[in-house]
Each structure stands twice: as C-alpha cells, then as structure tokens.
Design a protein around this ligand. Structure first.
Ligand code: AMP
Length: 418
C-alpha cells in the first residue's frame, strides 16, 4: 500500500470542518479590516526566496524544495508567502497610485524540516501583509488581528511576544556587540551557529540547540541599541497595544528565522502545543520591496501556522460535524426511484440531504439516519406510493406526519428551510 510522504498530511472529514470554520473566521475578520485576497503561485524562481529570506537561514540552506524544471531553471516550492506577495506587488505595480495595500492569502507552504508533531513539510499558512504603510499602528493592527482571531476561535493559553530588530542605522552597532559576545563563546556553539556568527549573528539568537541557548545567556539586548526613530516606533507599538488591552511581553530574543525583518517583530506563542510553541509570527520588513527591485516602500505582515492553530482551536471547539436535515428512507425499487428525485430536488433547494441507495430494511435505515444525526426522516415504500403520501418523522420527538407526494419537494423544502 502506498502511504503519504513523511511530513505531509491528510486533513480528514471530522477535522476539516474546523479548518473550514477557521478559514471563514479569518477571511471575515481580515476583509472587515480592508484586506483583499491575493492568490499567488506555489512555484517561484528560487532566486526570489534566496534574495528575500536570506542565504544563511535554515529555510534557504536546508529546507527548500528546489529543483531544476525541465527547461533547466531553478524553481522552488514556496516556503512562505511574503516574498511572492511582494513580488506580485512590484510586478503588477500594486503600489500605484496608492502604495497602501492590505493583502492576504491562505495556502500550503513547503519546508523540508524534520517532521514531528506540529511541524510538517507541507503546512498551511494564513498570511496577511500591510504594504506601503510605515506607521507602527499597522504593526499594532496585525498583533490585534492575531489576538482577535484567536479569541474568536476560543483559543486559550497564548501570549503575544514583541521585539524590535532596529534598522540600518542602529542594527550594525548591535550586530557588532553580538559578534564580540559570540566570539567569546564560539567553542560552545553548534556547527550552524559557528558558521553564522560572523556573517549573520542574529540567526544565532533563534537557534534552538540547547547548548547555544545556554551560551547566549549573557547576549546583549537589541533594545539597548535602538536609534531614536526605532525606539519611538517601538514605544508607539507598545502604547497602541496597551490602549487596546492586548497583553504582550517584550522579548529581546525574538529575531525570527528570516533575514528580511526590520523594526517590529512579533510572535504568538502557546504552552499548549509542546515543542512547537509558535502559532503565528511576523514583523516589519521595510527594505524588502526595494531589495526585490521595487520602490522604497515599507511593509509589515504576519503568517499564522494553520495546522497549529487548528490543533489549538480543537481543544475548545464544539462538534462541527455536518448533520443532514433530512434522511430519505425508501423501501423497494419504485419508491427508491421516487425518493431519489426528491433527494436531488431537495438538495438543490438548500436542504442537507442523505439517502440510502441500497436495499436495506427500514430499521437499518432509521439507525443510519440516527447515526448521522438527521433531524428528519422521510419514509416511502409501496404502501405510501399507493396512497399518494410519504411519512415524515421528526427524529427528536418521534412524531410522524403525512406529506402528499404531489408537490412534496416544495412542501418539505419550505418546511425545513424556513
Ligand atoms: P514563519 O513563516 O517561519 O514565520 O512561520 C509562521 C508560522 O507558520 C509559525 O509560527 C508556525 O505556526 C507555522 N509554521 C512554520 N513552519 C511550520 C512547519 N514546518 N509546520 C507547521 N507549521 C509551521
């Protein structure tokens, strides 16, 4: 038997209803705040991700599904959505005439990470970006939207972490301080960090290897190196969150695993998912649009890990299994043929229908209707056909009434859809 690929997953009926609900809630919330959907391709030129995410990141170094297509071009299955959204923003000149654009997308991402619970090689993200807006209010809006969505899904045990990564003016002094500190503990760092500590020392800060984390205990804080503008923006973000009543913690270690971030970064973390504590993350990337060949415009965004969010939301979710309004139980071929026409007609008119197509006893059909949670059962056999009416049974009260076959579909649809 051929099984699915390690790190890939099926979302089965029973689970998928919650996914649909999350998607509905997310779309509704984002669209209320003026976000418009954008659909971007799964495959992009490898160069796009190398240049945006950064050469020395885990994603680009080890995790991308990259291959030469049949024409020999290096292509990559998208590991995240921001790079593609920025590409589209530049390519279709979405910045003109008004650069401020709120965009979102929902779809699968691909990273060849070591699979474990909460970490997959194909996973889904809800991605929202505010492009062309410099104000830290945009960052505050994103953090607010994340917490609001979690609240709507009754997710508990989460906290918002925020940090600032500074800008081209102040980050160099922090980098230098960090490099000096890392040089002093270089013999305690893992292989990746030893390699990255000189060229990309910020990446060392989010290394998950316990020895590296210990070695970093005395690392300098970026917040002490912020320039006046970055400090002011960070304070504005914090003020905005406070006035909205969004609880957060300042986490100077929050650097996120991608190179393109500047200034605000944030993450929603939870204690409820074991090792994979990040449910969503994001931040500002004011240089990326220009670096990818577009105009010099700021931007900020987030990505929610849909798989992890669904797992969290499942802890408090009601039973979302869809239940038929009406189960059609027919006995004998002529009755089945009549019932099948009603089944199609009622379904078309908005009734959730179910029907047994095989020759089963009435008892077993009623059992099936009960198992599926049907509210009503319409019973029809030879006798009913002969007397020109079918029996409609309310599964809750067990009371039955007769429905004339003449105009049955319209009558039942009117009754059940009111
Ligand atoms: P990132 O794009 O790395 O900032 O990730 C944003 C969010 O996507 C994370 O907070 C996770 O919830 C989720 N995520 C990232 N990688 C994976 C993965 N391999 N499997 C499942 N979820 C993931």
């Amino acid at each position: 038997m051929i099984q699915l690929i390690r790190g890939f997953r099926d979302i089965l009926p029973g689970e998928v209803e919650l996914w649909q609900k999350i998607e509905r809630e997310a779309r509704e919330l984002l669209e209320r705040f003026g976000f418009r959907e954008i659909r971007i391709p799964i495959l992009e030129k490898t160069e796009l991700f190398r240049r945006s995410i950064g050469e020395e990141t885990d994603i680009v170094e080890k995790e991308m599904y990259t291959f030469a297509d049949r024409g020999g071009e290096a292509v990559t299955m998208r590991p995240e959505a921001t790079a593609s959204i920025v590409r589209a923003y530049i390519q279709h000149k979405l910045y003109a005439p008004d650069p401020a654009k709120r965009l979102y997308t929902i779809g699968p991402m691909f990273r060849r990470e070591r699979p474990q619970k909460g970490r997959y090689r194909q996973f889904t993200q809800i991605d929202a970006e505010i492009l062309g807006v410099a104000s830290p209010l945009a960052d505050a809006e994103l953090v607010f939207l994340l917490t609001s969505l979690l609240r709507r899904l009754a997710v508990e045990d989460v906290s918002a972490h925020v940090n600032s990564l500074g800008c081209a003016a102040c980050r160099p002094s922090f980098r230098l301080a960090l490099q000096e500190m890392l040089a002093a503990v270089s013999d305690r760092l893992c292989e990746d960090c030893s390699r990255r500590r000189v060229r990309n020392p910020l990446r060392v800060l989010d290394c998950k290897v316990p020895e590296c984390r210990e070695a970093l205990a005395g690392a300098p804080s970026i917040l002490e190196h912020l320039c006046g503008d970055c400090r002011r923006d960070f304070d504005l973000l914090r003020d905005a969150l406070e006035s909205l009543g969004v609880p957060y913690v300042v986490d100077p270690r929050l650097v996120r695993g991608l190179d393109y971030y500047t200034r605000a970064t944030f993450e929603i973390q939870t204690g409820a998912l074991g090792a994979q504590s990040a449910v969503a993350g994001g931040g500002r990337y004011d240089r990326l649009i220009a670096e990818l060949g577009g105009p010099d415009l700021p931007a900020t965004g987030f990505a929610i890990g849909f798989d992890r969010l669904a797992e969290l939301a499942a802890l408090n979710a009601p039973d979302l299994r869809p239940k038929p309004d009406l189960f059609l139980a027919a006995l004998g071929e002529p009755a089945r043929r009549a019932a099948f026409a009603w089944y199609c007609g009622l379904g078309e008119r908005g009734v959730r229908v179910a029907m047994e197509f095989g020759e089963k006893s009435l008892k077993s059909q009623l059992k099936a209707a009960d198992r599926e949670g049907a509210a009503w059962v319409l019973m029809v056999g030879e006798d009913e056909l002969a007397r020109g009416s079918a029996s409609l049974r309310d599964m809750r009260t067990k009371r039955q009434r007769e429905i004339p076959l003449e105009g049955l579909v319209e009558k039942v649809a009117a009754m059940l859809c009111e």
